[in-house]
Design a protein around this ligand. Structure first.
Ligand code: CUA
Length: 340
């Protein structure tokens, strides 16, 4: 075996020895594509267009890859020396200029034709979302409403209706994205951006800020729920109500802690004297599906942990951690959980 053959075999062996590692790595990466936050888990008209574009481009790219590598393999392995420079020039013009021009032009035209859907006007409901550091201020404006239903960190939408989003940001740029429902849209301070989404499958999905916005960018998520229209209307009506009064002694003690610690300076609990606008509206926090913009769950334990260790759960967030006794924390958590 001459030196060149040995080298070639070494290269082949080292390439193949990496295959299991690469496969494992790709599987790990793919395992990260959870269903509730996957653009391929299509639950909306707009996501369907994006998903179709993805698959067409993937299949096209694989076919082109096979063609190029097949041609390469053919001329180097099976027909070395069969082609002269004239063939090469023809291949360069055909495969290097004509083919990409045709393919990319077709893709561009088709891709542009997919765009207008997201510019379609909404069917009536307007949801105004403001990106804060690091949470979402949400206002629902049903058609003809004179004042909004205020919520936070959760987006609920009626299935089969196109909802218009009006997006803003407080201090830095964020990006609003519910992969299962459609594309993302940047949120800017002082400049409103709009787009629409049409969910067509009821379900619970995950949204995520898609633009780096500071220390806790990765913790800026939210739950998106697509509901049947009647269910959505009932939900919105319930959200418009004031907060339920504390139901028992523990909740009353918790409300006193809330008041004494000055929580109402930053948070609103409608129907009480807490009218702060700095942090998320807590009027119905007990019925939400996540706490701290997708950071934790709305359980007594998580509520207490959140209040006591806010900065550990969400670095650099404006809300300070509160040094409360165990009983106070438990009562406060109980009060908040009861705000349904
Ligand atoms: Cu907000 Cu990233």
């Amino acid at each position: 075996m001459n030196v060149m053959m040995r080298d070639r075999n070494d290269i082949r062996r080292s390439c193949f020895s990496r295959v299991p590692a690469l496969t494992l790595l790709s599987l790990l990466v793919l395992a990260g594509c959870g269903r509730e936050q996957s653009a391929l888990n299509v639950a909306g008209r707009d996501a369907a267009a994006i998903s179709l574009l993805f698959w067409v481009m993937l299949v096209g790219a694989v076919l082109l890859w096979l063609m190029v590598n097949g041609a390469f393999l053919y001329v180097s392995r099976f027909a070395p020396g069969r082609f002269d420079e004239r063939h090469g020039r023809r291949l360069l013009i055909g495969g290097g200029i004509v083919l990409p021009t045709v393919v990319l032009t077709a893709l561009l035209v088709w891709g542009l034709s997919l765009l207008p859907d997201s510019r379609t006007p909404g069917d009536g409901l307007v949801v105004r979302v403001t990106g804060e550091q690091w949470w979402w201020r949400v206002e629902y404006w049903p058609e003809g409403a004179t004042e909004p239903v205020v919520s936070a960190n959760e987006i609920r939408l009626p299935v089969g209706e196109r909802t218009e989003f009006r997006l803003l940001a407080d201090k830095v740029i964020h990006s609003f994205w519910i992969p299962a429902l459609g594309g993302k849209m940047d949120m800017f301070p002082g400049r409103e951006t709009t787009f629409t989404l049409l969910p067509d499958k009821p379900g619970t999905y995950r949204g995520q800020c898609a633009e780096f916005c500071g220390a806790s960018h990765a913790w800026m998520a939210f739950v998106a729920v697509a509901m049947e229209p009647e269910e959505f209307d009932a939900w919105l009506q319930a959200q418009a109500e004031d907060a339920a009064p504390p139901a028992d002694d523990a909740a009353r003690r918790g409300q006193a802690v809330f008041r004494d610690e000055g929580c109402g300076a930053c948070h609103t609990v409608r129907g009480t004297d807490a009218v702060g606008q700095v942090g998320p509206d807590l009027t119905h926090i007990g019925s939400r599906l996540s706490l701290g913009a997708g950071r934790a769950r709305v359980t007594l334990d998580d509520l207490a942990t959140w209040v006591a260790h806010t900065d550990a759960l969400k670095p650099e967030v404006r809300m300070p951690s509160y040094d409360l006794g165990e009983d106070e924390l438990r009562d406060l958590a109980h009060y908040l959980k009861g705000l349904r």
